[in-house]
Structure formats: structure tokens, C-alpha cells
Design a protein around this ligand. Structure first.
Ligand SMILES: Nc1ncnc2c1ncn2[C@@H]1O[C@H](COP(=O)(O)OP(=O)(O)OP(=O)(O)O)[C@@H](O)[C@H]1O
Length: 582
């Protein structure tokens, strides 16, 4: 475990070792006074008296040891913390790098709460390992080892007696370690679940209030918080008895030495001064031993977290190469594409070609696989079978960056960062000038609402873009796509925020985004795509038919059904606006 973590220490590996040496010397300074105390009482035990000079030197040495201990301990801690926080920095950067190479969809599925817990809490807990358990723990263990060795030189019988308590304590400690590890999986899973639930609870507060689901949502919140409490207590419950046992046995090095040693002295097998020296040494090692073992109890937790981090970092990366885009044109073809999120396959061999410069609409009932197809094209996931090609080049044979340069993916809800709207739009093409950003905003029909804002395009978007309405946020994300001007556009047609005025503006903005591009649009409103070059009808993860609106109306039952539903809803909408509800 130490080795694994130290791999991330880089140049600070030496600092970690140095901190261990400094602490080791510091702890020796903490044990040495017991030797001087022995030297002070030895003449008295032998029936002599104490000379002032002799005693004064020992007392001064004890004081010096105390000061040195404090100085070295602080120095050791400062070195270990410097090494620890630099290692944590390296670990986080490495985790971020590895996450970035994983499928985006897989990362999203892990949940914000669980990822935040790993990035922040779990990595922080490794600080305990690096800054304390490793240097302090090992130094505190090394000193008793030396002291026990020294005891054998003084009197092997008394030394053996001092060691007697150790196996008992170690058995209890191993039992705690084993019991703790067996419960750790459930404890850890409950912590991740609670984190995800809390994030979801906060994010979903608005929906919860609107639908008066306070009680239900709170119940889940409470249930997971309670679950975490129960798993934590269950973990402590199995560990506590063993902890109490080894914590009371291990420091009592004199447990057997005191009674049996006294008997050996009385019977003449050991001398009184040796007995006194071994007792002094025993009292000296108790404190470091206990401190070292204090860290031991945290090791199962840390070990589990490191394993979980490794699993996350070791998860299969997205299939890609470093190659740039070398497709012949900007056509898109899906060839016998199969895909499953978990066990169940949701796309069963989808084949479809979108020629360069054409508009292809993906239609189908909810859950038929439209968004999944779009996400596979932008390489959020790897396909399980078949291939996706852009201009003939398999998207796995280029870098994700190269693919991203070719495609603008406009999802229904796009994230806005809490920075100015200008900078939010500029994300589409970071090197764009302010004028170019303003022109894109104008084309995306943002001009009118930007004029209403006090700071115009320099207004801050707020957390996740909360300063804007839903329709305004969508237009900002369309402005991003206009600025990016990628040759392929994947558009998840917005259904939300569609009041008539907004719809008109959105349509104008969309017309700008898709001008002269290869377009794949996930169409929720069939009326907007009747003029598409081709319409692909998806039915439960398979292609039911591909054709123009007229062709499909004539021959495709699935499309006829969708069209009928669209007509009914349009009629309902007209009547609604007219005031007469059918
Ligand atoms: N992250 C996910 N994990 C597991 N299953 C998923 C996930 N996302 C989608 N699915 C499932 O995959 C299938 C296809 O979903 P997809 O979102 O592609 O459909 P869609 O046609 O876009 O639906 P809609 O029109 O409602 O957006 C559905 O059965 C859905 O439940």
C-alpha cells in the first residue's frame, strides 16, 4: 500500500524518507530519558548515594532530549506534510488525467457525489497515511524494536518477559484488521451513495418543491444518511472490541515483566539493576508503540480507499489514438453498431449513413436509442460492436480532440460556467476575438436579451448558468456551436422552454448552426424535420426505416404512428392557444 502511494510522490519520495529518519531520531530522544532515569536510580538501587554533578548532567540530558524531541518531531512533521500534500497533488492530477481518458458517459454515470468524494475526501484521507502513519507510525514502531533488542543484551529472560504481551496484542490487532476489512466494502459503498444522494437532493430541490415531493425526497435523503450511519457504526462495532483489547495490552509491556521479573530477582536469576533498567525501557516503549498502533487502526480504511482509487484509475480507457482527423469528407456512417449501458443491449446493429452536407433526422419513441446513437458518435462511449466512421475514418482511430474539432454536439441542456457570457460562448473557439463572439451571439438570437442585461455579454452566467432563462441558456449554447463552426453538427432538438416566441428565435438560431453542415438532429417535434434529406426511424434499438417524410408516410407504420401523434399534439396546441381544449 505504501509503495503504491509513494509511486505518486515523485521527487518528494526522498522528503518522505527524510521525514521518517528525522522522526526516528526525534522518538529516540523521547525514549533516551528513561535510560538517564535508570542511571539516576541505579546508584540508589546499589545502596550508594547520588553525586550532585552526576545527577545534574543526567537531568540536563533529560531536558536536552525533551527539547530535541520537540524540534525534531516538528521538523519531521513539516517534511512529511510537504511530501504528503505534493503527493496528493500528483495523485489528483494523475486521477484527472486517467479520468479524462475514460468514456465521458461512464464518468457521468459514476455520479458527481461519488467522484467528488474520491477526488477530495478519499485523496485527503491518504494524507493521514503519508504525513503521519508512514513517517510517525514507522518511526514509532522502529524505536520499540531497537529497545527490545537492547533488552536482550541486558537480560534475555527479562527481555522475553517484556515481549510476552506483544503476541496477544498483535492477535487482537490482526483480528481487528480482518473484521474491519470485511465491513469496509459496505461502509464505503454507503458513503458513496450518501454523497450522490446529497448532491442529487440539492440539485433536484427545485423539482421536488414544484411537485410537492419534499417528503419523498427527504425520505431518500434520510434513508441514505441513516444507512451511512448504520454502516459506519457496524464497522466500528466489529472493530471496537479488538481495538480496546490491543490498546490495553500492547502498551503494557511490563505486564509479565513486573511480577515474574520480581520473582526472578528474588530467586537470584536476575539482578535488581537489570530489572530496573528493563522496567524503565518497558515504560519508554509503551507510548511509541501505542501511537504507532493508533495509525494501524486507520490502515484498513486507507487501504480500501486506495484500492477504490486504483480501480477507478484502472478502468478501461476510451479506445482512441493520437492520430488527427484524416477522413475524406464529413459524412457519418454507423455500421452495424451495437451497444449496452450495462447488461442489456440497447442498440442492436444500427446501420445508417449521413452524407456530407445532408440533414438526417433521428426519430422514434422515447427510449428507442436516439440519444445513445448521438452520444456514441461524439465518442462518450465505445461501441460494443460495429463501428462509427467520419469520412471513412473509424472514430477510434483518431484522438477525441480530433473528433471534437469535427463535431459540435448541442445537447438539450448545456452547462454554462460561472464566468461571463462572452467567455462561455468563447469556449466554442478559444482563439476567437470579442467581435467574432459578439457576431456568433447575434446569429444565435442572443442580441435582444443581452441588450436587456446591465453588463450585456459581460454578465456573469451564475452557477450552472442560473442567471439566464432556459431558452436563453440554449441560445448561448447555440452561439458556442456557431462560433465553433464544426463541419458536423449533432443537435438534440430542444423541447423544453418552447413558448411560441422562443421557438421562432430558436429555429432561426438553429438554422445558423446547421447551415452547410452534415447534421444529425434528434427530433422530438416531427413538424420541424419534414424537409430533412432523410429521416431515420428507430424502434427499440433497431432501424425500422430510412427515407424522406413522404416516403416514410407512405410505407413505414412506425413513422405513420409517430406522425399521427405529432399531428394530434399540434392540433391540441392550436386549440390550446385558441382557448378551446379538446
Ligand atoms: N445512462 C444510462 N444507463 C442505462 N441505460 C440507459 C442510459 N441512458 C439510456 N439508457 C437506456 O437506453 C435506451 C435508449 O435510451 P436513449 O436515451 O438513447 O433513448 P431516446 O430515444 O433518446 O429517448 P428520449 O427520446 O426519451 O430521449 C433506453 O432503454 C434507456 O432506458
Amino acid at each position: 500500500m505504501f509503495q503504491k502511494v509513494l509511486e505518486y510522490a515523485g521527487e518528494y519520495r526522498k522528503t518522505t524518507y527524510l521525514s521518517m529518519v528525522v522522526m526516528l531520531i526525534g522518538i529516540v530522544m523521547n525514549v533516551l530519558p528513561f535510560l538517564f532515569i535508570y542511571q539516576l536510580i541505579r546508584p540508589l538501587l546499589l545502596g550508594g548515594s547520588l553525586e550532585l554533578g552526576y545527577a545534574a548532567w543526567r537531568v540536563a540530558a533529560i531536558a536536552a532530549c525533551g527539547i530535541l524531541y520537540a524540534v525534531l518531531y516538528v521538523k519531521g512533521l513539516s517534511l512529511s506534510h510537504r511530501a504528503a500534500y505534493n503527493t496528493l497533488k500528483n495523485l489528483r492530477i494523475s486521477l484527472q488525467g486517467k479520468l479524462e481518458r475514460q468514456p465521458l458517459g461512464v464518468i457521468q454515470e459514476k455520479g458527481v457525489g461519488a467522484l467528488k468524494k474520491m477526488f477530495i475526501d478519499d485523496i485527503d484521507s491518504i494524507e493521514l497515511l503519508l504525513a503521519h502513519a508512514l513517517p510517525e507510525g514507522l518511526a514509532n514502531l522502529a524505536v520499540p524494536a531497537f529497545v527490545f533488542l537492547a533488552m536482550f543484551f541486558v537480560d534475555w529472560k527479562l527481555a522475553l518477559l517484556s515481549l510476552c504481551a506483544l503476541p496477544l496484542g498483535l492477535v487482537a490487532m490482526m483480528a481487528m484488521y480482518r473484521a474491519g476489512t470485511s465491513k469496509m466494502g459496505a461502509y464505503y459503498a454507503s458513503a458513496q451513495k450518501m454523497n450522490n444522494t446529497i448532491v442529487e437532493y440539492i440539485n433536484g430541490m427545485e423539482v421536488v418543491k414544484v411537485f410537492n415531493r419534499d417528503g419523498e425526497s427527504y425520505q431518500r435523503f434520510e434513508q441514505d444518511v441513516r444507512g451511512y450511519r448504520d454502516f459506519t457504526l457496524a464497522w466500528y462495532k466489529v472493530c471496537w472490541p479488538w481495538m480496546a483489547l490491543y490498546n490495553s495490552i500492547l502498551p503494557c509491556v511490563a505486564l509479565f515483566t513486573l511480577p515474574i521479573g520480581a520473582y526472578l530477582v528474588l530467586r537470584g536469576y536476575s539482578t535488581l539493576p537489570d530489572f530496573a533498567l528493563v522496567l524503565c525501557m518497558s515504560f519508554g516503549v509503551g507510548a511509541p508503540l501505542l501511537r504507532a498502533l493508533g495509525f494501524m487502526s486507520t490502515l484498513p480504511q486507507i487501504s480500501y480507499k486506495i484500492t477504490a482509487l486504483e480501480q477507478l484509475m484502472g478502468a478501461p480507457a476510451l479506445e482512441q489514438t493520437d492520430a488527427s482527423f484524416s477522413g475524406e469528407d464529413h459524412s457519418v456512417s454507423f455500421e452495424d453498431v451495437r451497444f449496452a449501458y450495462q447488461e442489456d443491449e440497447v442498440l442492436h446493429g444500427v446501420s445508417l449513413t449521413a452524407p456530407e452536407g445532408s440533414l438526417t433526422a433521428l426519430v422514434g419513441e422515447s427510449g428507442s436509442g436516439k440519444s445513445t446513437l448521438a452520444k456514441l458518435l461524439v465518442h462518450y462511449y465505445d461501441v460494443a460492436g460495429g463501428s462509427i466512421r467520419v469520412g471513412g475514418q473509424d472514430i477510434r482511430e483518431m484522438s477525441v480532440e480530433a473528433l471534437n474539432d469535427q463535431i459540435s454536439y448541442v445537447a438539450q441542456e448545456q452547462f454554462l460556467f460561472n464566468m461571463s457570457l462572452l467567455e462561455n460562448i468563447r469556449l466554442g473557439r478559444p482563439e476567437a476575438t470579442d467581435q467574432e463572439v459578439l457576431a456568433a451571439a447575434e446569429k444565435a438570437q442572443c442580441g435582444e436579451f443581452l441588450a436587456r442585461l446591465e453588463h450585456g455579454i459581460h454578465t456573469m452566467a451564475g452557477d450552472g448558468g442560473k442567471m439566464l432563462s432556459g431558452g436563453e441558456r440554449q441560445r448561448i449554447s447555440l452561439a458556442r456551436a456557431i462560433l465553433k463552426n464544426a463541419p458536423i453538427v449533432v443537435l438534440d432538438e430542444a423541447t423544453a422552454f418552447m413558448d411560441p416566441e422562443n421557438e421562432e428565435k430558436m429555429n432561426e438560431a438553429i438554422a445558423e448552426v446547421i447551415r452547410d453542415k452534415t447534421v444529425l438532429v434528434i427530433a422530438h417535434r416531427l413538424h420541424s424535420i419534414v424537409n430533412a434529406d432523410q429521416i431515420c426511424v428507430l424502434e427499440q434499438g433497431t432501424v425500422a426505416d430510412v427515407g424522406t417524410h413522404e416516403e416514410l408516410l407512405g410505407r413505414c407504420p412506425a413513422y405513420q404512428k409517430l406522425w399521427q401523434a405529432a399531428e394530434d399534439s399540434a392540433q391540441w396546441g392550436v386549440n390550446q392557444r385558441g382557448g378551446a381544449v379538446q
